[in-house]
Design a protein around this ligand. Structure first.
Ligand code: DX5
Ligand code: ZN
Length: 213
């Protein structure tokens, strides 16, 4: 199982140190970028994300919860291993957003809110590297996992078939539900409060990995 810890639940005054503490067990660092319009919360943007690179080796999984991904995606410094994920409900046309992120030289992800039908992403499956299924309403960490997400993940997995598209799931994942999420088809687990909400983050990640198997 691959884990992408969400730094939204880390101490924003101490981001690099908090990220380094867990780096040995992570596949990506999940970074939640919010604009106060697409979601009712504001977080960090390109200057903070770009300076966070120093001293970190693992790639970034940048989750854009913003209205205008085409305008802001180019402001992130990316490597070919990074993923930039935009929302299908943003104000930009999805085919254009995919092309533009692809041109930046990183992987492309598409995400959707829990209320958006899972079939909405099906037309883009030949063009993206990742689908990020939100299992809470985007905007805040620490919310409860929506169990109906499991059927959505299964349906998506079935539609992906043998395409090389990874399913990631974000929101409310902890050691009581992670196995169900992985069994439904998720390959990349995003977890914020289940890791950074604990005093021993390495133990929390190990518990999550153990619970998934
Ligand atoms: C919510 C964010 C999530 C959030 C997950 O809008 O996209 O990445 O940080 O946090 P938990 O795991 O606490 O639900
Ligand atoms: Zn996220």
């Amino acid at each position: 199982m691959n884990i992408s810890p969400s730094l939204l639940s880390a101490d924003f005054g101490n981001l690099r140190a908090e990220a380094r503490e867990v780096e040995s067990l992570v596949t990506y660092f999940h970074i939640d970028v919010m604009d106060g319009h697409f979601v009712p919360n504001l977080t960090i943007g390109p200057p903070v994300v770009n300076s966070l690179r120093v001293g970190l080796e693992k790639p970034f999984d940048i989750h854009l919860m913003i209205d205008y991904p085409i305008e802001y995606a180019p402001r992130f410094d990316v490597t070919p291993e990074d993923i930039i994920t935009f929302h299908i409900e943003s104000k930009d046309e999805p085919f254009r957003a995919i092309d533009q992120i692809r041109e930046l030289g990183c992987k492309v992800g598409i995400s959707l809110r829990p209320i958006t039908p899972i079939t909405a992403v099906f037309p883009y499956l030949d063009l993206v590297d990742l689908v990020l299924v939100m299992s809470v309403e985007p905007g805040f960490g620490g919310q409860a996992f929506m169990p109906e997400s499991l059927q959505r993940i299964e349906k998506l997995k079935n539609e992906i078939g043998d395409r090389n598209v990874m399913i990631s799931v974000d929101g409310g994942i902890n050691d009581t539900n992670v196995k169900n999420v992985v069994d439904a088809g998720a390959e990349l687990i995003v977890a914020g409060s289940a890791i950074f909400g604990k005093s021993d983050r390495i133990a929390a990640m190990r518990a999550l990995i153990a619970a998934a198997s």
